[in-house]
Ligand binder design. Sequence first.
Ligand SMILES: *[C@@H]1O[C@H](CO)[C@@H](O)[C@H](O)[C@H]1NC(C)=O
Ligand SMILES: *[C@@H]1O[C@H](CO)[C@@H](O)[C@H](O)[C@H]1NC(C)=O
Ligand SMILES: *[C@@H]1O[C@H](CO)[C@@H](O)[C@H](O)[C@H]1NC(C)=O
Ligand SMILES: *[C@@H]1O[C@H](CO)[C@@H](O)[C@H](O)[C@H]1NC(C)=O
Length: 823
Amino acid sequence: VMKVPRTPRHVFLILLASSVRAQVNPEMCRYPLGMAGGQIQDEDISASSQWSDSTAARFDNGDGDGAWCPDIMSEPGALKEYLQVDLRSLHFITLVGTQGRHADGMGNEFAQRYRIKYSRDGSNWVGWHDRRGGQVIEGNSNAYDVVLKDLEPPIIARFVRFMPVTDHSMIVCMRVELYGCEWLDGLMSYNIPDGHQMIHRGLDVYFNDSVYDGAIGLGQLTDGTWGLDDFLHSHIYSMWPGYDYVGWNNKSFPKGYVEMIFEFDHVRNFTSMKVHCNNMFSRGVSMFRQASCFFRSGSEWEADPVTFRPTSDRASQIARFVTVPLGDRTASAIKCRFHFADLWMLFSEVAFQSGSAVYNTSLTPRDDPTHKVDDSNTRILIGCLVAIIAILMTIIVIILWRQVWQKMLEKASRRMLDDELTARLAVQTQAFASHHSSLSSDAGSTSNSTYERIFPLCADYQEPSRLIRKLPEFTQFTEHLGRIKAQCHQCYGAPHYAEADIISLQETSDSNTYSIAAVHMNLFAGTDSSMREFPRDKLTFKEKLGEGQFGEVHLCEAEGMLDFLEEDLSVERNDELPLLVAVKTLREDANKNARNDFLKEIRIMSRLRDPNIVRLLAVCVDTDPLCMITEYMENGDLNQFLCSFCPLLFSYSKLIGMAAQIASGMRYLSFLNFVHRDLATRNCLVGKNYTIKIADFGMSRNLYRGDYYRIQGRAVLPIRWMSWESILLGKFTMASDVWAFGVTLWEILTLCEEQPYSQLSDEQVIENTGEFFRDQGKQVYLPRPHRCPERVYNDLMLSCWRRNAKQRPSFQEIHAQLVESMA
Ligand SMILES: *[C@@H]1O[C@H](CO)[C@@H](O)[C@H](O)[C@H]1NC(C)=O
Ligand SMILES: *[C@@H]1O[C@H](CO)[C@@H](O)[C@H](O)[C@H]1NC(C)=O
Ligand SMILES: *[C@@H]1O[C@H](CO)[C@@H](O)[C@H](O)[C@H]1NC(C)=O
Ligand SMILES: *[C@@H]1O[C@H](CO)[C@@H](O)[C@H](O)[C@H]1NC(C)=O
């Protein structure tokens, strides 16, 4: 019977150690390769020419003499002269050092700048350049000090040449050292298809092999830099997104695999190959599904490949090394076919293990040269300072730019509205007025009114844990809350601003095309349906849910409410308890305009009766303070609801079910010709059993301030939900509500993980709106959420964002389509 090891931690450490030993680690690989130490023999050091008879260009051993000094007096800057070091086998070189010649004060020769060339086979030479293409390395500034330079990217070579770059007819002398370790992979070159370019949310992501070092060369797959889990980010400062990876899209590979050929220095017995793969399946990237490797020792590929299928991992998006066992096959070349498992396959590193040699894992390199010359700390310090200065500069520039930009936008939109739209709006208003001949008496004053809305700023909205406590069906999750929270995404819109800055829509008549307060105009114009007065003394205060400038919202028990209503339509009966209701009150000292608006809102809401619209139950308006009593939705708003729970709780059909309810509520509003203007998950409330009802109280919630864009001194706008014509022309129609519905559907299917267009600033969103208007194919659409089937995305979501408002579907059609897609 096999004994199960009892110390898994131990096993883990061994595994970890062996995995480190399997490929080169640039952090450790910094040993001096033997110029100073003498492991490099004199016969392995050669030069194009020399001035004295010495090429033993080794670091100072006391007298400061014995450097290599080329005979370059004749042709300055010709770059013909070099000092060559043969390392006898392939090495991974991470660092070089140079020193001048002082000969105990007699000499003063050094190389201020130099370049490096290298070769793996002694015949093909490659000029080294850094990641940005720079070839010249800054060398010494005096004859004494050793100057070390990190090679980024590192070099894999057997032969290295130092080539001084000279300007005047200055005499140059060099002593050099190389740092690194032996390159046990033995790889001489690889040949892979060109990497592709991905467009991720309007961002260009380049997966080309940008440091590939020649026609038959090595590059990013062997540079010792392993990509991060999120391929958009890089270890290396200020490179483009996707820099660490070489990647391919399956579209260009009809056979379903990418073929790569690896050539080695000699015939080797291969035990394994390790491939570092990205696995961000949420963005269509996955590690390979299968690898088949063919071997060649002579001139022919052997017929029988080694095939390996890694266990696919759709649970963790961590980038990882996948080890492909190569079964001790003997070869000097390997050809592998990596099969796609998804749209994209991204590799950042490939390493080969052959024979019995392993990399030295002792944790202290013999003497890390950078520790002696404390160069790295200074660099870090300077780097930090530069970064801080850069950040400060950026902030200043952004602030200035925003101000200028906002002024421009304001001017532009004013001009546009004034010049182009006044006429149109006037026409609309006339038509509107004649259509609704029964405008009630105070309608005329609305355009000048101040409207401060008071909203149920339910405490639940801000504190998901309270929400969980209230939901018995979720109590089993409370104990796992920490874990769930770690697994779940973060809610995007939750900067908890402390200030109670309520958005004021105090607008004069000429600018209220942007005022959300004018939303209700058309509905308000209808006949007044009477709301019955509820006896105030039957309301029992339970809890304050929220507060606005002109009032408060309370959770109350309403005794006898069901009898009062004489009906039981959408309100669920709960026989033993008095009904819980939300009561919105207007402060007694509120001004006349606020009072009018409050009464107006009552009139609007009293006419809306639909299972998917929050319902006004009753009012108390005979004495102050005025109140309106609405249904209480115990699960808060949909945005918080979706993003506070583990994604596992929401199946696709549940999500589509919620979207269908919203579409149904909107369909009802569209029958009434009521334009909502602010449809978003934050304005939908969740009741029992995933019931969704549309509400309209989101605007002042500090929680969602980030979703609104404030035009200086004017209104705030939910621009990320608004159609292009609403933003540019101030036009709000059913079709612009359809646009917002598309965004809301997108939010639902992404579980509100991020704000729409989270990559874009507000200004960029407005720019993008301009692209919708120009319609030159440059507009950016929200990407397909991975839960969203292609069909729903193409047929439904994208159709909500059609440029021509008439071509967008109606809510009736949307509702039918959603119901159908659930079936
Ligand atoms: C890779 O792409 C970047 C970004 O466009 C470009 O600057 C670089 O020159 C490319 N490198 C190669 C080798 O094609
Ligand atoms: C590879 O392994 C075989 C047997 O295991 C051995 O005979 C052969 O010499 C090895 N070849 C090399 C290049 O190490
Ligand atoms: C690419 O991968 C996707 C996702 O796995 C798949 O749907 C598609 O058919 C593949 N395309 C090709 C050309 O293989
Ligand atoms: C590994 O490193 C240790 C400590 O620096 C050193 O003593 C040892 O000789 C090295 N081994 C090899 C094989 O280079």
